[in-house]
Structure formats: structure tokens, C-alpha cells
Ligand binder design. Structure first.
Ligand code: GDP
Length: 184
């Protein structure tokens, strides 16, 4: 076992994109992860700006995510190539209370697998678990779909915060940290 004493801090940065139907809570998940807050009204995201947030994997390893939100432009297919380019991770979000949003998530997963370079880590994320009584998509259905394609699967609530940090941490654990350090 190697000692952490005196060893250099490992710091790796990755691009992560968010995809999914409008209003499933993509911006809210980012807001929860980056600012640990939630607002009920919809803020229209302006421009193609991205936000960053870090995850400490251990005392010596920090992963920084450069998080790209679609900024409400999910409709524009032309967005795809610039948006996916060089993304190492993707969160494909659906709303557990909207069956159609899972169909849309499946569509985006197919698009990602077609357009992104191989090796991208994709997580299927069911949001709004605080609305359990309005649930329309069972965990089993979504999870078996995700596992069948070798994707990560999480259920979260941007509103309560449940599961959000854990989701990003699990994705961070899958990032090719050694490769990224070697390239620098
Ligand atoms: P986006 O279009 O996918 O970025 O979705 P937004 O983040 O703008 O959220 C759409 C709506 O869903 C807003 O009214 C949010 O307040 C609401 N929302 C987002 N996440 C949650 C959640 O976890 N639970 C509940 N109850 N509402 C949420």
C-alpha cells in the first residue's frame, strides 16, 4: 500500500453534459450539486455557460466536473455535436412522474452512443423522488434498462437533495483519472 504522506495531490478535470426532456429538472440537479440549493420557479438559463464543481475521492484525489447544461435548447439537433464533443460523462435525466420523459431519455442515450466518442460514462438519472406518490416509472423498469446497456443508474431529488452528491461521486469514481494525469 502506498502512503499518502508527501505524495502529490491528484487533480483531474472532466466535461460532463446534461441531457433529457425539458422540465425534468436538469438545471435543478446542477444547482443542487453546485450550490446546494433549490428554487421552485424556473430560471431560464442564458447562454452556453458551464458550471464547475469538485468531488474529493480521497485525501489525495480531486475530480473537477465542468458541467454543461442544455440551457433549454434540447430541441436543436444541431447543438448535439458541439455539446457532446469531448464529453467524458453524461447525465441523462428523466422525471419519475412522467413516463414520456423516460422515452426521451432512451432517445438521448441512443444519440450519445452514436455521436460521442467511445468511453463516455453515461448515467441514467430518475429525478423528483420527493414526488413518490405521483410516480409513473418504476425503479425496476428504468434500472433494468440502464443495466442492460451497461449504464449507471440513480434516483435523486434535486428538491430535497437526496442522492445528488452520491450520483456525481459514483460518476467521478468511473472517470479515467490516471489517463487524464498522464496527458498533462
Ligand atoms: P430542466 O428544464 O430539465 O432544466 O428543469 P428545471 O431544473 O428547470 O426544473 C423544471 C421544474 O421541475 C421546476 O419547476 C423545478 O422546480 C421542478 N423540479 C426540479 N427538480 C425537482 C425535484 O427534485 N422535485 C420536485 N418536486 N420538483 C423539481
Amino acid at each position: 500500500m502506498s502512503s499518502s504522506l508527501g505524495s502529490e495531490h491528484r487533480f483531474a478535470q472532466f466535461k460532463l453534459v446534461l441531457l433529457g426532456e425539458s422540465a425534468v429538472g436538469k438545471s435543478s440537479i446542477v444547482q443542487r450539486f453546485v450550490k446546494d440549493s433549490f428554487s421552485d420557479f424556473r430560471e431560464s438559463t442564458i447562454g452556453a455557460a458551464f458550471l464547475t464543481q469538485t468531488v474529493d475521492l480521497d485525501a489525495n484525489t480531486t475530480v473537477k466536473f465542468e458541467i454543461w447544461d442544455t440551457a433549454g435548447q434540447e430541441r436543436y439537433r444541431s447543438l448535439a455535436s458541439i455539446y457532446y464533443r469531448n464529453a467524458q460523462a453524461a447525465l441523462v435525466v428523466y422525471d419519475i412522474t412522467q413516463e414520456s420523459s423516460l422515452d426521451k431519455a432512451k432517445y438521448w442515450i441512443k444519440e450519445l452512443q452514436k455521436q460521442a466518442r467511445g468511453g463516455i460514462i453515461i448515467a441514467l438519472v430518475g429525478n423528483k423522488t420527493d414526488l413518490e406518490q405521483e410516480r409513473k416509472v418504476s425503479s425496476e423498469e428504468a434500472e433494468s434498462f440502464a443495466k442492460g446497456l451497461g449504464l449507471l443508474y440513480f434516483e435523486v431529488s434535486a428538491k430535497s437533495g437526496t442522492g445528488v452528491r452520491e450520483c456525481f461521486k459514483q460518476i467521478a469514481l468511473k472517470m479515467p483519472i490516471e489517463d487524464s494525469l498522464r496527458k498533462r
